[in-house]
Design a protein around this ligand. Structure first.
Ligand code: SF4
Ligand code: SF4
Length: 443
Protein backbone atom coordinates (compact mmCIF):
# COMPACT_ATOMS: atom_id res chain seq x y z
CA UNK A 1 0.00 0.00 0.00
CA UNK A 2 1.52 3.37 -0.99
CA UNK A 3 1.71 6.05 1.68
CA UNK A 4 -0.91 8.23 -0.04
CA UNK A 5 -3.46 5.42 -0.28
CA UNK A 6 -2.85 4.60 3.38
CA UNK A 7 -3.33 8.25 4.34
CA UNK A 8 -6.65 8.45 2.45
CA UNK A 9 -7.90 5.20 4.05
CA UNK A 10 -6.87 6.52 7.45
CA UNK A 11 -8.70 9.80 6.88
CA UNK A 12 -11.83 7.91 5.78
CA UNK A 13 -11.63 5.70 8.87
CA UNK A 14 -11.37 8.74 11.14
CA UNK A 15 -14.26 10.47 9.35
CA UNK A 16 -16.58 7.42 9.59
CA UNK A 17 -15.76 6.91 13.29
CA UNK A 18 -16.25 10.63 13.98
CA UNK A 19 -19.63 10.62 12.17
CA UNK A 20 -20.87 7.51 14.01
CA UNK A 21 -19.72 8.95 17.32
CA UNK A 22 -21.35 12.35 16.72
CA UNK A 23 -24.63 10.66 15.70
CA UNK A 24 -24.68 8.53 18.82
CA UNK A 25 -23.80 11.46 21.10
CA UNK A 26 -26.72 13.44 19.59
CA UNK A 27 -29.01 10.48 20.30
CA UNK A 28 -27.89 10.15 23.93
CA UNK A 29 -28.34 13.92 24.40
CA UNK A 30 -31.88 13.64 22.99
CA UNK A 31 -32.65 10.69 25.29
CA UNK A 32 -31.44 12.57 28.40
CA UNK A 33 -33.33 15.64 27.16
CA UNK A 34 -36.61 13.68 27.47
CA UNK A 35 -36.47 14.33 31.20
CA UNK A 36 -38.04 17.27 33.02
CA UNK A 37 -35.92 20.39 33.58
CA UNK A 38 -34.17 20.74 36.93
CA UNK A 39 -31.66 23.32 38.13
CA UNK A 40 -28.33 21.69 39.02
CA UNK A 41 -25.74 24.43 38.74
CA UNK A 42 -25.73 25.81 42.29
CA UNK A 43 -22.58 25.62 44.50
CA UNK A 44 -20.12 25.18 41.62
CA UNK A 45 -17.13 24.79 43.98
CA UNK A 46 -18.75 21.77 45.69
CA UNK A 47 -19.59 20.32 42.27
CA UNK A 48 -16.01 20.62 40.97
CA UNK A 49 -14.80 19.03 44.20
CA UNK A 50 -17.20 16.12 43.73
CA UNK A 51 -16.05 15.60 40.19
CA UNK A 52 -12.35 15.72 41.04
CA UNK A 53 -12.63 13.39 44.04
CA UNK A 54 -15.22 10.91 42.82
CA UNK A 55 -14.79 10.74 39.03
CA UNK A 56 -11.16 11.70 38.59
CA UNK A 57 -9.86 10.50 41.97
CA UNK A 58 -12.09 7.36 42.08
CA UNK A 59 -12.60 7.96 45.82
CA UNK A 60 -15.65 5.76 46.30
CA UNK A 61 -14.05 2.83 44.48
CA UNK A 62 -11.49 2.39 47.25
CA UNK A 63 -14.04 0.95 49.64
CA UNK A 64 -12.98 -2.35 48.02
CA UNK A 65 -9.19 -1.85 47.59
CA UNK A 66 -8.26 -4.78 45.29
CA UNK A 67 -10.91 -4.27 42.57
CA UNK A 68 -10.28 -0.52 42.98
CA UNK A 69 -6.56 -0.93 42.26
CA UNK A 70 -7.27 -3.08 39.19
CA UNK A 71 -9.86 -0.59 38.00
CA UNK A 72 -7.32 2.20 38.52
CA UNK A 73 -4.83 0.44 36.19
CA UNK A 74 -7.46 0.23 33.45
CA UNK A 75 -8.57 3.82 34.01
CA UNK A 76 -5.08 5.38 34.11
CA UNK A 77 -4.05 3.20 31.16
CA UNK A 78 -7.06 4.41 29.21
CA UNK A 79 -6.30 8.08 29.97
CA UNK A 80 -2.54 8.03 29.35
CA UNK A 81 -2.30 5.64 26.43
CA UNK A 82 -4.38 8.23 24.55
CA UNK A 83 -1.21 10.36 24.32
CA UNK A 84 0.24 7.58 22.16
CA UNK A 85 -2.96 7.54 20.10
CA UNK A 86 -2.39 11.23 19.35
CA UNK A 87 0.94 10.31 17.75
CA UNK A 88 -0.67 7.47 15.82
CA UNK A 89 -3.33 9.83 14.43
CA UNK A 90 -0.73 12.41 13.35
CA UNK A 91 1.37 9.63 11.78
CA UNK A 92 -1.67 8.23 9.99
CA UNK A 93 -2.67 11.59 8.54
CA UNK A 94 0.83 12.82 7.69
CA UNK A 95 2.24 9.49 6.46
CA UNK A 96 5.06 9.67 9.05
CA UNK A 97 6.22 7.08 11.57
CA UNK A 98 6.75 7.90 15.27
CA UNK A 99 6.73 11.63 14.61
CA UNK A 100 7.40 12.56 18.27
CA UNK A 101 10.58 10.42 18.55
CA UNK A 102 13.15 12.90 17.11
CA UNK A 103 11.76 15.76 19.23
CA UNK A 104 11.62 13.90 22.55
CA UNK A 105 14.94 11.96 22.38
CA UNK A 106 15.48 9.80 25.51
CA UNK A 107 12.18 10.98 26.98
CA UNK A 108 10.45 9.16 24.11
CA UNK A 109 12.02 5.84 25.19
CA UNK A 110 10.93 6.47 28.79
CA UNK A 111 7.43 7.39 27.67
CA UNK A 112 7.04 4.30 25.48
CA UNK A 113 8.31 2.07 28.29
CA UNK A 114 5.84 3.70 30.67
CA UNK A 115 3.00 3.12 28.19
CA UNK A 116 4.07 -0.50 27.80
CA UNK A 117 4.06 -0.93 31.59
CA UNK A 118 0.54 0.53 31.69
CA UNK A 119 -0.51 -1.75 28.84
CA UNK A 120 0.73 -4.82 30.74
CA UNK A 121 -1.07 -3.69 33.92
CA UNK A 122 -4.28 -3.10 31.94
CA UNK A 123 -3.97 -6.59 30.42
CA UNK A 124 -3.39 -8.20 33.84
CA UNK A 125 -6.38 -6.31 35.31
CA UNK A 126 -8.62 -7.37 32.40
CA UNK A 127 -7.61 -11.02 32.79
CA UNK A 128 -8.38 -10.88 36.54
CA UNK A 129 -11.73 -9.17 35.83
CA UNK A 130 -12.60 -11.95 33.36
CA UNK A 131 -11.70 -14.58 35.97
CA UNK A 132 -13.83 -12.84 38.63
CA UNK A 133 -16.82 -12.69 36.30
CA UNK A 134 -16.59 -16.09 34.64
CA UNK A 135 -14.72 -18.47 36.94
CA UNK A 136 -15.07 -17.12 40.49
CA UNK A 137 -18.56 -15.84 39.53
CA UNK A 138 -18.78 -12.91 41.97
CA UNK A 139 -22.52 -12.98 42.88
CA UNK A 140 -23.31 -9.34 42.00
CA UNK A 141 -22.31 -10.03 38.37
CA UNK A 142 -24.80 -12.89 38.10
CA UNK A 143 -28.13 -11.39 39.14
CA UNK A 144 -31.10 -11.93 36.77
CA UNK A 145 -30.73 -8.50 35.09
CA UNK A 146 -27.17 -9.39 34.07
CA UNK A 147 -28.14 -12.19 31.69
CA UNK A 148 -27.69 -12.00 27.90
CA UNK A 149 -26.42 -8.65 26.51
CA UNK A 150 -25.14 -7.08 29.80
CA UNK A 151 -23.12 -10.25 30.50
CA UNK A 152 -21.77 -10.39 26.95
CA UNK A 153 -21.04 -6.64 26.91
CA UNK A 154 -18.93 -6.86 30.08
CA UNK A 155 -16.89 -9.76 28.69
CA UNK A 156 -16.56 -8.33 25.18
CA UNK A 157 -15.01 -5.09 26.36
CA UNK A 158 -12.45 -6.92 28.52
CA UNK A 159 -11.45 -9.20 25.65
CA UNK A 160 -11.29 -6.18 23.34
CA UNK A 161 -8.92 -4.35 25.71
CA UNK A 162 -6.66 -7.40 25.96
CA UNK A 163 -6.49 -7.62 22.15
CA UNK A 164 -5.64 -3.91 21.86
CA UNK A 165 -2.81 -4.28 24.37
CA UNK A 166 -1.46 -7.35 22.57
CA UNK A 167 -1.53 -5.35 19.32
CA UNK A 168 0.60 -2.56 20.90
CA UNK A 169 3.16 -5.02 22.26
CA UNK A 170 3.43 -7.00 19.01
CA UNK A 171 3.63 -3.79 16.96
CA UNK A 172 6.50 -2.51 19.13
CA UNK A 173 8.26 -5.89 19.00
CA UNK A 174 8.20 -5.98 15.17
CA UNK A 175 9.20 -2.30 15.08
CA UNK A 176 12.28 -2.93 17.27
CA UNK A 177 13.42 -5.80 15.04
CA UNK A 178 13.02 -3.61 11.94
CA UNK A 179 15.01 -0.83 13.65
CA UNK A 180 17.80 -3.34 14.43
CA UNK A 181 17.89 -4.36 10.74
CA UNK A 182 18.24 -0.67 9.74
CA UNK A 183 15.06 -0.62 7.66
CA UNK A 184 14.32 2.93 6.46
CA UNK A 185 11.28 4.66 8.03
CA UNK A 186 11.70 2.84 11.37
CA UNK A 187 12.97 5.59 13.68
CA UNK A 188 15.06 4.29 16.64
CA UNK A 189 13.03 4.22 19.85
CA UNK A 190 15.57 2.77 22.28
CA UNK A 191 14.94 -0.53 24.10
CA UNK A 192 11.32 -1.23 24.94
CA UNK A 193 11.28 -3.64 27.88
CA UNK A 194 7.92 -5.35 27.74
CA UNK A 195 7.55 -5.74 23.98
CA UNK A 196 11.09 -7.27 23.91
CA UNK A 197 9.52 -10.44 25.36
CA UNK A 198 7.49 -10.76 22.15
CA UNK A 199 10.58 -10.53 19.90
CA UNK A 200 12.11 -14.05 20.02
CA UNK A 201 9.33 -15.77 18.01
CA UNK A 202 9.59 -13.03 15.35
CA UNK A 203 13.40 -13.15 14.94
CA UNK A 204 13.38 -15.65 12.08
CA UNK A 205 10.85 -13.77 9.94
CA UNK A 206 11.93 -12.00 6.77
CA UNK A 207 11.95 -8.20 6.65
CA UNK A 208 8.87 -7.86 4.35
CA UNK A 209 6.89 -10.18 6.63
CA UNK A 210 7.97 -8.16 9.68
CA UNK A 211 6.94 -4.91 7.96
CA UNK A 212 3.55 -6.46 7.11
CA UNK A 213 3.17 -7.57 10.74
CA UNK A 214 4.11 -4.18 12.14
CA UNK A 215 1.63 -2.49 9.78
CA UNK A 216 -1.12 -5.03 10.58
CA UNK A 217 -0.81 -4.44 14.33
CA UNK A 218 -0.59 -0.67 13.79
CA UNK A 219 -3.86 -0.66 11.77
CA UNK A 220 -5.50 -3.16 14.13
CA UNK A 221 -4.61 -0.95 17.10
CA UNK A 222 -5.94 2.32 15.67
CA UNK A 223 -9.02 0.76 14.00
CA UNK A 224 -9.67 -1.08 17.28
CA UNK A 225 -9.47 2.17 19.27
CA UNK A 226 -11.88 3.93 16.91
CA UNK A 227 -14.29 0.98 16.99
CA UNK A 228 -13.96 0.93 20.79
CA UNK A 229 -14.83 4.65 20.98
CA UNK A 230 -18.06 4.05 19.03
CA UNK A 231 -18.93 0.77 20.78
CA UNK A 232 -18.51 2.33 24.23
CA UNK A 233 -21.46 4.66 23.56
CA UNK A 234 -23.73 1.59 23.20
CA UNK A 235 -22.33 -0.12 26.26
CA UNK A 236 -22.20 0.23 30.04
CA UNK A 237 -18.67 1.52 29.50
CA UNK A 238 -20.13 4.88 28.59
CA UNK A 239 -19.42 5.67 32.25
CA UNK A 240 -15.80 6.32 31.21
CA UNK A 241 -17.07 9.68 29.91
CA UNK A 242 -20.39 10.13 31.71
CA UNK A 243 -18.92 9.77 35.22
CA UNK A 244 -17.47 13.29 34.92
CA UNK A 245 -20.65 15.30 34.16
CA UNK A 246 -22.71 12.97 36.35
CA UNK A 247 -20.62 13.63 39.46
CA UNK A 248 -20.59 17.37 38.68
CA UNK A 249 -24.39 17.48 38.53
CA UNK A 250 -24.86 15.11 41.50
CA UNK A 251 -27.32 15.85 44.26
CA UNK A 252 -25.70 18.04 46.95
CA UNK A 253 -28.55 17.53 49.43
CA UNK A 254 -27.89 15.30 52.46
CA UNK A 255 -28.68 11.67 51.68
CA UNK A 256 -32.17 10.73 52.77
CA UNK A 257 -33.60 14.22 52.28
CA UNK A 258 -36.60 13.63 50.07
CA UNK A 259 -37.82 16.24 47.65
CA UNK A 260 -41.29 17.39 48.60
CA UNK A 261 -43.79 18.66 46.07
CA UNK A 262 -44.18 22.25 47.16
CA UNK A 263 -47.80 22.39 45.99
CA UNK A 264 -48.71 19.43 48.17
CA UNK A 265 -46.69 20.72 51.14
CA UNK A 266 -48.58 24.00 50.95
CA UNK A 267 -51.93 22.24 50.74
CA UNK A 268 -51.09 20.25 53.87
CA UNK A 269 -49.81 23.32 55.67
CA UNK A 270 -52.97 25.22 54.83
CA UNK A 271 -55.06 22.27 56.00
CA UNK A 272 -53.21 22.31 59.32
CA UNK A 273 -53.53 26.04 59.60
CA UNK A 274 -49.77 26.61 59.06
CA UNK A 275 -48.22 29.20 56.78
CA UNK A 276 -47.60 27.99 53.15
CA UNK A 277 -43.92 27.98 52.07
CA UNK A 278 -44.44 30.01 48.91
CA UNK A 279 -46.40 33.10 48.14
CA UNK A 280 -48.47 31.81 45.25
CA UNK A 281 -48.97 28.20 44.23
CA UNK A 282 -48.71 27.55 40.46
CA UNK A 283 -52.03 27.08 38.64
CA UNK A 284 -53.11 23.40 38.53
CA UNK A 285 -52.39 23.04 34.79
CA UNK A 286 -48.70 23.80 35.46
CA UNK A 287 -48.41 21.18 38.20
CA UNK A 288 -48.57 18.34 35.66
CA UNK A 289 -48.45 14.77 36.85
CA UNK A 290 -47.79 13.82 40.46
CA UNK A 291 -44.74 11.57 40.45
CA UNK A 292 -43.56 9.70 37.37
CA UNK A 293 -45.14 7.15 35.10
CA UNK A 294 -42.63 7.35 32.30
CA UNK A 295 -39.12 8.70 31.67
CA UNK A 296 -40.58 12.03 30.53
CA UNK A 297 -41.82 12.59 34.11
CA UNK A 298 -38.37 12.04 35.62
CA UNK A 299 -35.73 14.73 35.97
CA UNK A 300 -33.11 14.87 33.17
CA UNK A 301 -30.58 14.11 35.92
CA UNK A 302 -32.22 10.75 36.65
CA UNK A 303 -31.86 9.95 32.94
CA UNK A 304 -28.23 11.05 32.98
CA UNK A 305 -27.78 8.71 35.98
CA UNK A 306 -29.19 5.88 33.87
CA UNK A 307 -26.71 6.53 31.03
CA UNK A 308 -23.85 6.69 33.56
CA UNK A 309 -24.62 3.39 35.29
CA UNK A 310 -21.62 1.04 35.08
CA UNK A 311 -23.80 -1.99 35.93
CA UNK A 312 -21.27 -2.81 38.65
CA UNK A 313 -24.05 -3.99 40.98
CA UNK A 314 -22.55 -2.46 44.14
CA UNK A 315 -25.98 -0.93 44.83
CA UNK A 316 -27.78 -4.26 44.43
CA UNK A 317 -25.19 -6.02 46.58
CA UNK A 318 -26.03 -3.60 49.43
CA UNK A 319 -29.81 -3.44 48.90
CA UNK A 320 -31.62 -5.04 51.87
CA UNK A 321 -34.65 -5.78 49.72
CA UNK A 322 -32.54 -7.67 47.17
CA UNK A 323 -30.54 -9.42 49.90
CA UNK A 324 -33.74 -10.76 51.44
CA UNK A 325 -34.91 -12.25 48.16
CA UNK A 326 -37.26 -9.47 46.96
CA UNK A 327 -37.57 -8.73 43.29
CA UNK A 328 -36.03 -5.25 43.60
CA UNK A 329 -32.55 -4.52 42.24
CA UNK A 330 -31.51 -0.84 42.09
CA UNK A 331 -29.14 -1.69 39.22
CA UNK A 332 -32.09 -3.03 37.23
CA UNK A 333 -34.00 0.20 37.94
CA UNK A 334 -31.17 2.13 36.27
CA UNK A 335 -30.85 -0.32 33.37
CA UNK A 336 -34.61 -0.24 32.74
CA UNK A 337 -34.67 3.55 32.83
CA UNK A 338 -31.89 3.70 30.26
CA UNK A 339 -33.59 1.10 28.03
CA UNK A 340 -36.89 2.96 28.14
CA UNK A 341 -35.25 6.37 27.49
CA UNK A 342 -33.48 4.86 24.45
CA UNK A 343 -36.69 3.23 23.23
CA UNK A 344 -38.69 6.46 23.50
CA UNK A 345 -35.94 8.62 21.99
CA UNK A 346 -35.72 6.22 19.02
CA UNK A 347 -39.49 6.35 18.53
CA UNK A 348 -39.56 10.13 18.74
CA UNK A 349 -36.70 10.50 16.26
CA UNK A 350 -38.60 8.34 13.77
CA UNK A 351 -41.83 10.27 14.42
CA UNK A 352 -43.61 7.33 16.14
CA UNK A 353 -43.42 8.59 19.71
CA UNK A 354 -47.05 9.69 20.06
CA UNK A 355 -48.79 6.30 19.75
CA UNK A 356 -46.33 4.41 21.95
CA UNK A 357 -48.26 2.24 24.46
CA UNK A 358 -45.19 1.54 26.64
CA UNK A 359 -44.32 3.32 29.89
CA UNK A 360 -41.44 2.91 32.33
CA UNK A 361 -43.90 1.87 35.01
CA UNK A 362 -45.34 -1.61 34.38
CA UNK A 363 -43.66 -2.27 31.00
CA UNK A 364 -40.14 -2.02 32.44
CA UNK A 365 -40.38 -1.65 36.22
CA UNK A 366 -43.06 -3.57 38.09
CA UNK A 367 -45.09 -2.41 41.08
CA UNK A 368 -43.71 -5.32 43.08
CA UNK A 369 -40.19 -3.95 42.67
CA UNK A 370 -41.29 -0.46 43.73
CA UNK A 371 -43.15 -1.67 46.80
CA UNK A 372 -40.09 -3.63 47.98
CA UNK A 373 -37.92 -0.54 48.50
CA UNK A 374 -37.30 0.42 52.15
CA UNK A 375 -35.90 3.86 51.14
CA UNK A 376 -32.78 3.05 53.17
CA UNK A 377 -30.42 4.85 50.74
CA UNK A 378 -27.87 2.01 50.85
CA UNK A 379 -27.83 1.96 47.03
CA UNK A 380 -27.13 5.70 46.86
CA UNK A 381 -24.30 5.35 49.37
CA UNK A 382 -22.78 2.39 47.48
CA UNK A 383 -22.71 3.89 44.01
CA UNK A 384 -19.17 4.83 42.89
CA UNK A 385 -20.42 7.47 40.43
CA UNK A 386 -23.05 9.20 42.62
CA UNK A 387 -26.13 7.73 40.96
CA UNK A 388 -29.42 7.89 42.86
CA UNK A 389 -31.68 4.90 42.01
CA UNK A 390 -33.93 5.73 44.98
CA UNK A 391 -35.07 8.97 43.39
CA UNK A 392 -36.55 7.10 40.40
CA UNK A 393 -38.22 4.58 42.72
CA UNK A 394 -39.76 7.37 44.80
CA UNK A 395 -41.00 9.27 41.74
CA UNK A 396 -42.68 6.14 40.37
CA UNK A 397 -44.11 5.29 43.75
CA UNK A 398 -45.40 8.84 44.18
CA UNK A 399 -47.32 8.38 40.92
CA UNK A 400 -48.84 5.12 42.14
CA UNK A 401 -49.98 6.63 45.42
CA UNK A 402 -51.03 10.11 44.32
CA UNK A 403 -52.40 9.51 40.83
CA UNK A 404 -53.73 5.97 41.08
CA UNK A 405 -54.33 5.73 44.83
CA UNK A 406 -52.69 2.37 44.40
CA UNK A 407 -50.74 1.29 47.45
CA UNK A 408 -50.62 -1.93 49.47
CA UNK A 409 -53.40 -2.14 52.09
CA UNK A 410 -50.93 -1.70 54.99
CA UNK A 411 -49.72 1.58 53.49
CA UNK A 412 -53.27 2.86 53.08
CA UNK A 413 -53.94 2.20 56.75
CA UNK A 414 -50.77 4.13 57.60
CA UNK A 415 -51.74 7.05 55.33
CA UNK A 416 -55.14 7.21 56.97
CA UNK A 417 -53.60 7.20 60.45
CA UNK A 418 -51.26 10.04 59.52
CA UNK A 419 -54.15 12.02 58.07
CA UNK A 420 -56.43 11.56 61.06
CA UNK A 421 -54.02 11.13 63.97
CA UNK A 422 -50.83 12.79 62.61
CA UNK A 423 -48.86 9.61 63.31
CA UNK A 424 -48.66 6.20 61.62
CA UNK A 425 -49.92 4.18 64.62
CA UNK A 426 -53.40 5.58 65.16
CA UNK A 427 -52.64 7.01 68.62
CA UNK A 428 -54.75 10.01 69.43
CA UNK A 429 -52.38 12.99 69.05
CA UNK A 430 -52.84 13.72 72.74
CA UNK A 431 -51.82 10.16 73.70
CA UNK A 432 -48.61 10.20 71.75
CA UNK A 433 -46.38 11.38 74.57
CA UNK A 434 -48.18 9.51 77.33
CA UNK A 435 -45.18 7.30 77.79
CA UNK A 436 -43.09 10.33 78.75
CA UNK A 437 -45.69 11.49 81.24
CA UNK A 438 -45.82 7.98 82.72
CA UNK A 439 -42.04 7.94 83.07
CA UNK A 440 -42.14 11.30 84.83
CA UNK A 441 -44.81 10.16 87.28
CA UNK A 442 -42.92 6.90 87.98
CA UNK A 443 -39.81 8.85 88.93
S1 SF4 B 1 -33.18 2.60 48.96
FE1 SF4 B 1 -34.47 0.93 48.17
S2 SF4 B 1 -33.39 0.26 46.33
FE2 SF4 B 1 -31.96 1.47 47.50
S3 SF4 B 1 -30.85 -0.04 48.74
FE3 SF4 B 1 -32.54 0.71 50.00
S4 SF4 B 1 -34.18 -0.75 49.62
FE4 SF4 B 1 -32.70 -1.05 47.99
S1 SF4 C 1 -26.33 2.50 40.09
FE1 SF4 C 1 -24.18 2.82 40.66
S2 SF4 C 1 -23.71 1.11 42.04
FE2 SF4 C 1 -25.58 0.59 40.95
S3 SF4 C 1 -24.90 -0.62 39.21
FE3 SF4 C 1 -25.08 1.50 38.52
S4 SF4 C 1 -23.05 2.34 38.82
FE4 SF4 C 1 -23.10 0.45 39.99
Amino acid sequence: MTTYVAQVIFLLLLAVAGWLLARRIRFIKAAIGLGKPEQRTDHPAARWRNMLLVAFGQRKMFKKPIPALLHLFVYVGFLLINIEVLEIIIDGLAGTHRIFAPYLGHAYTWLLNFFELLAVLVMAACVIFLIRRNIIKVPRFHKPEMRHWPYLDANLILIFEILLVLAILNMNAADQLLQARGVAHYTPTGKLLFSSFFMPPLQGLSTPVLVAMERFFWWFHIAGILAFAVYVTYSKHLHIFMAFPNTWYADLQPKGKMSNMEVVTNEVKMMLGLQPTQEAAPPPEEIGRFGAKDVTDLSWKSLMDAFTCTECGRCTAECPANLTGKKLSPRKIMMDTRDRAEELARLQLTGNGTDDPHTLLDNFISREELHACTTCNACVEACPVLINPLRIILDLRRYLVMEESSAPAEWNAMFQNIETSFNPWKFAPTDRFKWADEMKSNN
